[in-house]
Write a protein that binds this ligand. Structure first.
Ligand code: LLP
Length: 419
Protein backbone atom coordinates (compact mmCIF):
# COMPACT_ATOMS: atom_id res chain seq x y z
CA UNK A 1 0.00 0.00 0.00
CA UNK A 2 1.23 3.44 -0.89
CA UNK A 3 -0.11 6.96 -0.58
CA UNK A 4 0.48 9.18 -3.64
CA UNK A 5 -1.17 12.50 -4.53
CA UNK A 6 -3.48 12.00 -1.58
CA UNK A 7 -4.77 8.77 -3.13
CA UNK A 8 -4.42 5.19 -1.98
CA UNK A 9 -2.45 2.89 -4.31
CA UNK A 10 -2.59 -0.88 -4.07
CA UNK A 11 -0.05 -2.99 -5.94
CA UNK A 12 0.91 0.17 -7.82
CA UNK A 13 -2.64 1.05 -8.89
CA UNK A 14 -5.00 3.72 -7.54
CA UNK A 15 -7.80 2.14 -5.48
CA UNK A 16 -10.32 4.45 -7.14
CA UNK A 17 -9.30 3.15 -10.57
CA UNK A 18 -9.68 -0.46 -9.40
CA UNK A 19 -13.23 0.28 -8.31
CA UNK A 20 -13.97 2.00 -11.63
CA UNK A 21 -12.75 -1.01 -13.57
CA UNK A 22 -13.86 -3.94 -11.43
CA UNK A 23 -16.86 -2.56 -9.57
CA UNK A 24 -17.76 -2.20 -5.94
CA UNK A 25 -17.46 -3.66 -3.37
CA UNK A 26 -14.13 -5.27 -4.10
CA UNK A 27 -11.60 -7.31 -2.15
CA UNK A 28 -8.06 -6.44 -3.22
CA UNK A 29 -5.00 -8.42 -2.12
CA UNK A 30 -1.41 -7.36 -2.58
CA UNK A 31 0.53 -10.47 -3.58
CA UNK A 32 3.86 -9.07 -2.44
CA UNK A 33 2.56 -8.51 1.07
CA UNK A 34 1.56 -12.17 1.39
CA UNK A 35 4.97 -13.31 0.16
CA UNK A 36 6.75 -10.85 2.48
CA UNK A 37 4.73 -11.87 5.51
CA UNK A 38 5.52 -15.53 4.84
CA UNK A 39 9.22 -14.79 4.43
CA UNK A 40 9.24 -12.63 7.53
CA UNK A 41 7.67 -15.45 9.53
CA UNK A 42 9.87 -18.20 8.11
CA UNK A 43 13.15 -16.30 8.16
CA UNK A 44 12.77 -15.17 11.75
CA UNK A 45 12.61 -18.75 12.97
CA UNK A 46 16.00 -20.27 12.27
CA UNK A 47 15.11 -23.77 13.54
CA UNK A 48 15.94 -25.90 10.48
CA UNK A 49 13.05 -28.38 10.65
CA UNK A 50 10.19 -25.95 10.46
CA UNK A 51 6.69 -26.65 9.15
CA UNK A 52 4.56 -23.57 8.58
CA UNK A 53 1.00 -24.80 8.21
CA UNK A 54 -1.00 -21.91 6.76
CA UNK A 55 -4.40 -21.94 8.51
CA UNK A 56 -6.47 -21.52 5.39
CA UNK A 57 -9.67 -20.68 7.24
CA UNK A 58 -8.23 -17.16 7.24
CA UNK A 59 -8.54 -16.98 3.47
CA UNK A 60 -8.94 -19.94 1.17
CA UNK A 61 -8.96 -18.27 -2.21
CA UNK A 62 -7.14 -20.62 -4.61
CA UNK A 63 -4.79 -17.89 -5.81
CA UNK A 64 -3.71 -17.11 -2.25
CA UNK A 65 -3.28 -20.81 -1.48
CA UNK A 66 -1.08 -21.14 -4.56
CA UNK A 67 1.09 -18.18 -3.54
CA UNK A 68 1.67 -19.70 -0.11
CA UNK A 69 2.30 -23.13 -1.58
CA UNK A 70 4.97 -21.59 -3.80
CA UNK A 71 6.55 -20.02 -0.73
CA UNK A 72 6.81 -23.48 0.86
CA UNK A 73 3.85 -23.56 3.23
CA UNK A 74 2.22 -26.68 4.60
CA UNK A 75 -1.51 -26.37 5.18
CA UNK A 76 -3.98 -26.52 8.09
CA UNK A 77 -7.55 -27.37 7.14
CA UNK A 78 -10.72 -27.66 9.20
CA UNK A 79 -13.32 -29.18 6.89
CA UNK A 80 -13.71 -31.46 3.86
CA UNK A 81 -14.41 -28.26 1.91
CA UNK A 82 -11.00 -26.88 2.77
CA UNK A 83 -9.42 -30.26 1.93
CA UNK A 84 -11.08 -30.02 -1.49
CA UNK A 85 -9.77 -26.50 -2.04
CA UNK A 86 -6.19 -27.11 -0.94
CA UNK A 87 -5.93 -30.27 -3.05
CA UNK A 88 -7.19 -28.17 -6.00
CA UNK A 89 -4.50 -25.61 -5.22
CA UNK A 90 -1.91 -28.37 -5.51
CA UNK A 91 -0.99 -29.15 -1.91
CA UNK A 92 0.02 -32.81 -1.61
CA UNK A 93 -1.94 -34.82 1.01
CA UNK A 94 1.20 -35.30 3.12
CA UNK A 95 1.45 -31.55 3.69
CA UNK A 96 -2.13 -31.28 4.96
CA UNK A 97 -3.18 -31.40 8.61
CA UNK A 98 -6.87 -31.55 9.50
CA UNK A 99 -8.04 -30.03 12.79
CA UNK A 100 -11.66 -29.60 13.74
CA UNK A 101 -14.15 -30.11 16.55
CA UNK A 102 -17.25 -32.31 16.72
CA UNK A 103 -15.95 -34.33 13.80
CA UNK A 104 -18.49 -36.79 12.39
CA UNK A 105 -17.38 -40.33 11.50
CA UNK A 106 -17.99 -39.69 7.76
CA UNK A 107 -15.37 -36.93 7.87
CA UNK A 108 -12.83 -39.22 9.54
CA UNK A 109 -13.46 -41.74 6.77
CA UNK A 110 -13.12 -39.03 4.10
CA UNK A 111 -9.72 -38.05 5.52
CA UNK A 112 -8.42 -41.60 5.93
CA UNK A 113 -9.25 -42.33 2.28
CA UNK A 114 -7.29 -39.33 1.15
CA UNK A 115 -4.27 -40.08 3.36
CA UNK A 116 -4.63 -36.85 5.33
CA UNK A 117 -3.22 -36.60 8.83
CA UNK A 118 -5.91 -35.94 11.44
CA UNK A 119 -5.35 -33.89 14.52
CA UNK A 120 -7.59 -35.82 16.90
CA UNK A 121 -9.46 -33.49 19.22
CA UNK A 122 -11.45 -35.80 21.51
CA UNK A 123 -11.28 -39.29 22.99
CA UNK A 124 -14.47 -40.09 21.09
CA UNK A 125 -12.80 -39.15 17.82
CA UNK A 126 -9.75 -41.24 18.74
CA UNK A 127 -11.86 -44.35 19.35
CA UNK A 128 -13.85 -43.83 16.14
CA UNK A 129 -10.63 -43.27 14.18
CA UNK A 130 -9.17 -46.48 15.62
CA UNK A 131 -12.25 -48.48 14.67
CA UNK A 132 -12.19 -47.17 11.12
CA UNK A 133 -8.48 -47.24 10.44
CA UNK A 134 -8.02 -50.76 11.82
CA UNK A 135 -4.29 -50.40 12.00
CA UNK A 136 -2.50 -53.69 11.74
CA UNK A 137 0.91 -52.12 11.53
CA UNK A 138 2.32 -48.63 11.91
CA UNK A 139 2.01 -47.29 8.39
CA UNK A 140 1.19 -43.84 7.10
CA UNK A 141 -2.52 -44.53 7.35
CA UNK A 142 -2.28 -45.02 11.09
CA UNK A 143 -0.43 -41.92 12.08
CA UNK A 144 -2.33 -39.34 14.06
CA UNK A 145 -1.68 -36.09 15.80
CA UNK A 146 -3.35 -35.18 19.10
CA UNK A 147 -4.81 -31.77 19.81
CA UNK A 148 -4.35 -30.98 23.47
CA UNK A 149 -6.01 -28.28 25.52
CA UNK A 150 -3.07 -27.17 27.65
CA UNK A 151 -5.27 -25.47 30.27
CA UNK A 152 -4.15 -22.08 28.95
CA UNK A 153 -5.98 -19.81 26.56
CA UNK A 154 -5.32 -16.41 24.99
CA UNK A 155 -6.68 -14.17 22.28
CA UNK A 156 -8.00 -10.77 21.35
CA UNK A 157 -11.66 -11.56 22.04
CA UNK A 158 -13.52 -14.15 24.09
CA UNK A 159 -14.90 -15.75 20.95
CA UNK A 160 -11.45 -16.69 19.71
CA UNK A 161 -9.88 -18.14 22.89
CA UNK A 162 -9.52 -21.87 22.33
CA UNK A 163 -7.70 -23.11 25.41
CA UNK A 164 -8.42 -23.30 29.12
CA UNK A 165 -11.11 -24.94 31.23
CA UNK A 166 -14.03 -23.14 29.59
CA UNK A 167 -12.92 -24.19 26.14
CA UNK A 168 -14.21 -27.27 24.34
CA UNK A 169 -11.21 -27.51 21.99
CA UNK A 170 -8.87 -30.49 22.06
CA UNK A 171 -8.36 -33.19 24.66
CA UNK A 172 -7.83 -31.68 28.08
CA UNK A 173 -4.26 -32.11 29.21
CA UNK A 174 -5.17 -34.07 32.36
CA UNK A 175 -6.49 -36.97 30.24
CA UNK A 176 -3.11 -38.51 29.46
CA UNK A 177 -4.02 -41.82 31.11
CA UNK A 178 -7.26 -42.09 29.15
CA UNK A 179 -5.40 -41.38 25.90
CA UNK A 180 -2.78 -44.00 26.70
CA UNK A 181 -5.33 -46.63 27.56
CA UNK A 182 -7.30 -46.06 24.34
CA UNK A 183 -4.04 -46.28 22.37
CA UNK A 184 -3.04 -49.50 24.12
CA UNK A 185 -6.41 -51.02 23.37
CA UNK A 186 -6.47 -49.95 19.73
CA UNK A 187 -2.87 -50.96 18.93
CA UNK A 188 -0.88 -49.90 15.89
CA UNK A 189 -1.67 -46.18 16.01
CA UNK A 190 1.40 -43.96 15.90
CA UNK A 191 1.08 -40.59 17.59
CA UNK A 192 3.30 -38.59 15.25
CA UNK A 193 2.32 -35.15 16.42
CA UNK A 194 1.23 -33.24 19.50
CA UNK A 195 -0.65 -30.01 18.92
CA UNK A 196 -2.34 -27.13 20.63
CA UNK A 197 -3.88 -23.87 19.49
CA UNK A 198 -4.78 -21.59 22.37
CA UNK A 199 -6.42 -18.71 20.54
CA UNK A 200 -6.16 -15.99 17.95
CA UNK A 201 -4.77 -12.47 17.74
CA UNK A 202 -1.97 -12.87 20.28
CA UNK A 203 0.62 -10.12 20.19
CA UNK A 204 2.76 -11.08 23.17
CA UNK A 205 5.47 -13.62 22.47
CA UNK A 206 5.50 -14.62 26.13
CA UNK A 207 2.16 -16.39 25.75
CA UNK A 208 3.50 -18.69 23.04
CA UNK A 209 6.55 -19.57 25.11
CA UNK A 210 4.48 -20.38 28.18
CA UNK A 211 2.32 -22.81 26.29
CA UNK A 212 5.30 -24.30 24.51
CA UNK A 213 6.76 -25.36 27.82
CA UNK A 214 3.51 -27.07 28.87
CA UNK A 215 3.04 -28.86 25.56
CA UNK A 216 6.63 -30.04 25.38
CA UNK A 217 6.28 -31.54 28.88
CA UNK A 218 3.25 -33.48 27.61
CA UNK A 219 5.00 -34.48 24.39
CA UNK A 220 7.71 -36.26 26.40
CA UNK A 221 5.13 -38.99 27.10
CA UNK A 222 4.92 -39.95 23.41
CA UNK A 223 8.07 -41.64 22.09
CA UNK A 224 7.20 -41.81 18.38
CA UNK A 225 6.69 -38.15 17.56
CA UNK A 226 7.76 -36.49 14.34
CA UNK A 227 6.61 -32.97 15.20
CA UNK A 228 5.19 -30.73 17.90
CA UNK A 229 2.72 -28.11 16.71
CA UNK A 230 2.09 -24.99 18.77
CA UNK A 231 -0.77 -23.73 16.60
CA UNK A 232 -1.45 -20.30 15.23
CA UNK A 233 -2.70 -17.12 16.83
CA UNK A 234 0.09 -14.75 15.77
CA UNK A 235 -1.50 -11.32 15.92
CA UNK A 236 -1.09 -8.30 13.68
CA UNK A 237 -1.62 -4.66 14.64
CA UNK A 238 -5.04 -3.36 13.60
CA UNK A 239 -4.59 0.09 15.14
CA UNK A 240 -1.74 2.42 14.23
CA UNK A 241 -0.49 2.62 17.81
CA UNK A 242 -0.45 -1.13 18.41
CA UNK A 243 2.96 -2.73 18.39
CA UNK A 244 3.51 -5.70 16.14
CA UNK A 245 4.56 -9.06 17.48
CA UNK A 246 8.33 -9.10 17.81
CA UNK A 247 8.89 -12.03 15.43
CA UNK A 248 12.66 -11.74 15.59
CA UNK A 249 12.76 -12.20 19.35
CA UNK A 250 9.98 -14.80 19.30
CA UNK A 251 11.69 -16.77 16.53
CA UNK A 252 14.94 -16.79 18.49
CA UNK A 253 13.29 -17.98 21.67
CA UNK A 254 11.13 -20.62 19.96
CA UNK A 255 14.23 -22.04 18.29
CA UNK A 256 16.29 -22.04 21.47
CA UNK A 257 13.57 -23.68 23.51
CA UNK A 258 12.73 -26.29 20.90
CA UNK A 259 16.37 -27.26 20.39
CA UNK A 260 16.64 -27.80 24.14
CA UNK A 261 13.46 -29.88 24.11
CA UNK A 262 14.69 -32.07 21.24
CA UNK A 263 17.93 -32.87 22.98
CA UNK A 264 15.96 -33.87 26.06
CA UNK A 265 13.54 -35.90 23.93
CA UNK A 266 16.49 -37.61 22.27
CA UNK A 267 15.47 -36.99 18.66
CA UNK A 268 15.29 -34.06 16.28
CA UNK A 269 11.63 -33.25 15.68
CA UNK A 270 9.98 -30.75 13.39
CA UNK A 271 8.66 -27.57 14.91
CA UNK A 272 5.21 -26.81 13.51
CA UNK A 273 3.21 -23.57 13.65
CA UNK A 274 -0.12 -22.61 12.10
CA UNK A 275 -0.33 -18.93 11.29
CA UNK A 276 -3.43 -17.73 9.47
CA UNK A 277 -3.97 -14.06 10.15
CA UNK A 278 -0.26 -13.19 10.28
CA UNK A 279 0.28 -14.28 6.68
CA UNK A 280 -2.71 -12.67 4.99
CA UNK A 281 -4.46 -10.02 7.10
CA UNK A 282 -2.37 -7.07 5.98
CA UNK A 283 -2.47 -7.99 2.30
CA UNK A 284 -6.22 -7.46 2.02
CA UNK A 285 -8.39 -4.37 1.54
CA UNK A 286 -12.15 -4.21 1.24
CA UNK A 287 -13.00 -1.31 -1.07
CA UNK A 288 -16.51 0.09 -1.11
CA UNK A 289 -18.22 3.18 -2.42
CA UNK A 290 -19.94 5.80 -0.29
CA UNK A 291 -23.46 6.27 -1.56
CA UNK A 292 -25.36 7.99 1.24
CA UNK A 293 -24.42 10.56 3.83
CA UNK A 294 -27.01 11.45 6.45
CA UNK A 295 -27.26 12.96 9.91
CA UNK A 296 -29.16 12.56 13.13
CA UNK A 297 -28.71 15.16 15.88
CA UNK A 298 -26.08 12.77 17.31
CA UNK A 299 -24.09 11.26 14.42
CA UNK A 300 -23.01 11.78 10.86
CA UNK A 301 -23.50 8.46 9.07
CA UNK A 302 -21.55 7.46 5.99
CA UNK A 303 -23.26 4.62 4.15
CA UNK A 304 -21.33 2.23 1.92
CA UNK A 305 -22.38 -0.59 -0.40
CA UNK A 306 -21.01 -3.41 1.72
CA UNK A 307 -21.83 -4.74 5.17
CA UNK A 308 -21.11 -7.37 7.77
CA UNK A 309 -22.02 -9.97 5.17
CA UNK A 310 -18.64 -9.13 3.60
CA UNK A 311 -16.56 -8.34 6.69
CA UNK A 312 -18.12 -9.55 9.91
CA UNK A 313 -15.26 -8.83 12.32
CA UNK A 314 -16.47 -5.41 13.59
CA UNK A 315 -19.95 -6.82 14.20
CA UNK A 316 -18.79 -10.18 15.62
CA UNK A 317 -15.96 -9.03 17.86
CA UNK A 318 -16.21 -5.22 17.95
CA UNK A 319 -12.97 -5.46 15.98
CA UNK A 320 -11.21 -2.31 14.85
CA UNK A 321 -10.34 -1.99 11.16
CA UNK A 322 -8.67 1.17 9.99
CA UNK A 323 -10.66 2.93 7.26
CA UNK A 324 -9.07 5.26 4.73
CA UNK A 325 -10.80 7.55 2.34
CA UNK A 326 -8.99 6.26 -0.74
CA UNK A 327 -10.19 9.29 -2.71
CA UNK A 328 -8.77 11.79 -0.18
CA UNK A 329 -6.44 10.07 2.24
CA UNK A 330 -5.33 13.12 4.14
CA UNK A 331 -7.00 16.38 4.98
CA UNK A 332 -9.37 17.86 7.44
CA UNK A 333 -11.52 15.21 8.97
CA UNK A 334 -14.63 14.92 11.03
CA UNK A 335 -16.06 12.20 13.24
CA UNK A 336 -18.33 9.85 11.31
CA UNK A 337 -19.94 6.47 11.71
CA UNK A 338 -19.46 4.15 8.73
CA UNK A 339 -22.53 2.04 8.13
CA UNK A 340 -23.24 -0.93 5.89
CA UNK A 341 -26.26 -1.67 3.73
CA UNK A 342 -27.85 -4.49 5.73
CA UNK A 343 -31.06 -4.29 7.72
CA UNK A 344 -29.51 -4.52 11.18
CA UNK A 345 -28.37 -1.82 13.58
CA UNK A 346 -25.14 -3.75 14.21
CA UNK A 347 -24.08 -3.28 10.61
CA UNK A 348 -21.39 -0.72 11.42
CA UNK A 349 -17.74 -0.71 10.44
CA UNK A 350 -16.93 1.70 13.25
CA UNK A 351 -17.87 0.01 16.48
CA UNK A 352 -16.29 -1.55 19.52
CA UNK A 353 -17.57 -4.18 21.92
CA UNK A 354 -19.92 -1.64 23.51
CA UNK A 355 -21.39 -0.66 20.17
CA UNK A 356 -21.31 2.39 17.89
CA UNK A 357 -18.06 4.37 17.73
CA UNK A 358 -17.21 7.52 15.80
CA UNK A 359 -14.10 7.63 13.66
CA UNK A 360 -12.19 10.66 12.40
CA UNK A 361 -11.92 10.27 8.62
CA UNK A 362 -10.93 13.01 6.10
CA UNK A 363 -13.86 14.78 4.54
CA UNK A 364 -16.04 12.17 2.90
CA UNK A 365 -18.35 12.87 0.00
CA UNK A 366 -20.83 10.64 -1.74
CA UNK A 367 -19.01 8.80 -4.53
CA UNK A 368 -15.77 8.46 -2.56
CA UNK A 369 -14.08 5.10 -2.19
CA UNK A 370 -13.38 3.84 1.31
CA UNK A 371 -10.73 1.21 1.98
CA UNK A 372 -11.12 -1.03 4.99
CA UNK A 373 -7.66 -2.25 5.96
CA UNK A 374 -6.36 -5.56 7.29
CA UNK A 375 -9.25 -7.36 5.63
CA UNK A 376 -7.21 -10.23 4.16
CA UNK A 377 -7.84 -12.61 7.07
CA UNK A 378 -11.33 -13.73 8.12
CA UNK A 379 -12.89 -11.29 5.66
CA UNK A 380 -14.10 -13.06 2.55
CA UNK A 381 -13.79 -16.44 4.27
CA UNK A 382 -16.51 -15.43 6.74
CA UNK A 383 -18.72 -13.70 4.20
CA UNK A 384 -22.29 -14.62 3.35
CA UNK A 385 -25.23 -13.79 1.11
CA UNK A 386 -27.27 -12.35 3.97
CA UNK A 387 -30.09 -10.08 2.83
CA UNK A 388 -29.70 -11.58 -0.63
CA UNK A 389 -26.59 -9.49 -1.24
CA UNK A 390 -23.97 -10.82 -3.60
CA UNK A 391 -20.46 -11.45 -2.33
CA UNK A 392 -17.69 -9.15 -3.58
CA UNK A 393 -15.30 -9.88 -6.39
CA UNK A 394 -11.70 -10.61 -5.38
CA UNK A 395 -8.61 -9.43 -7.23
CA UNK A 396 -4.90 -9.80 -6.59
CA UNK A 397 -2.58 -6.98 -7.55
CA UNK A 398 1.14 -6.88 -8.13
CA UNK A 399 3.38 -4.25 -9.76
CA UNK A 400 0.54 -2.55 -11.60
CA UNK A 401 -1.04 -5.82 -12.80
CA UNK A 402 -4.41 -7.19 -11.81
CA UNK A 403 -5.49 -10.82 -11.60
CA UNK A 404 -9.17 -11.52 -11.04
CA UNK A 405 -9.10 -14.31 -8.47
CA UNK A 406 -12.85 -14.61 -7.91
CA UNK A 407 -15.51 -13.36 -10.29
CA UNK A 408 -18.30 -11.20 -9.04
CA UNK A 409 -21.38 -13.23 -8.13
CA UNK A 410 -24.51 -12.88 -10.20
CA UNK A 411 -28.16 -13.10 -9.18
CA UNK A 412 -28.20 -16.60 -10.66
CA UNK A 413 -25.75 -17.67 -7.95
CA UNK A 414 -28.47 -17.02 -5.40
CA UNK A 415 -30.56 -19.74 -6.99
CA UNK A 416 -27.93 -22.50 -6.80
CA UNK A 417 -29.51 -25.71 -5.50
CA UNK A 418 -33.04 -24.31 -5.53
CA UNK A 419 -35.82 -25.02 -7.99
N1 LLP B 1 -4.92 -23.40 13.93
C1 LLP B 1 -6.15 -23.69 14.36
C2 LLP B 1 -6.45 -25.05 14.83
C3 LLP B 1 -7.14 -22.69 14.37
O1 LLP B 1 -8.37 -22.98 14.81
C4 LLP B 1 -6.83 -21.39 13.91
C5 LLP B 1 -7.83 -20.33 13.92
C6 LLP B 1 -5.51 -21.15 13.45
C7 LLP B 1 -4.59 -22.18 13.47
C8 LLP B 1 -5.09 -19.82 12.91
O2 LLP B 1 -5.20 -18.79 13.82
P1 LLP B 1 -4.62 -17.34 13.45
O3 LLP B 1 -3.13 -17.51 13.26
O4 LLP B 1 -5.26 -16.90 12.21
O5 LLP B 1 -4.96 -16.49 14.60
N2 LLP B 1 -12.53 -15.28 12.97
C9 LLP B 1 -11.62 -14.82 14.00
C10 LLP B 1 -10.42 -15.73 14.15
C11 LLP B 1 -10.81 -17.17 14.42
C12 LLP B 1 -9.61 -18.10 14.44
C13 LLP B 1 -10.05 -19.52 14.39
N3 LLP B 1 -8.99 -20.46 14.41
C14 LLP B 1 -11.20 -13.39 13.68
O6 LLP B 1 -11.66 -12.84 12.68
O7 LLP B 1 -10.45 -12.78 14.44
Amino acid sequence: MELKNNHLYLGGLPATQLIEEYGSPLYVYEEETIRNRYKDFAENISYPHLRIYYACKANSNLAILRVLKEEGAWIDVSSPGEVFLVLKAGFPPEKILFTSESVPTEEIEFLIHRGILINISSLSQLVRYGDLAQCKKQDAGCKISLRINPDVGAGQHKHVITGGRKSHFGIFIDQLDEIQSVLTRLKGIQVSGIHCHIGSGITEGRQFLEVMEILCGFAMEFPSLEFVNFGGGFGVPYKRDESPLDMKALGRELTLYFEGFCSQYGKTLSLALEPGRYLVAESGFLLAKVNTIKRTPRYKFVGVNTGFNHLVRPMAYGAYHEILNASRVEGEGEPVVVTGNLCESGDLFTQNEEGIEERWIPQIEEGDVLAILNAGAYGYSMSSNYDGRLKPMEIMVKEGKVQVIRKRETLEDLLRGME
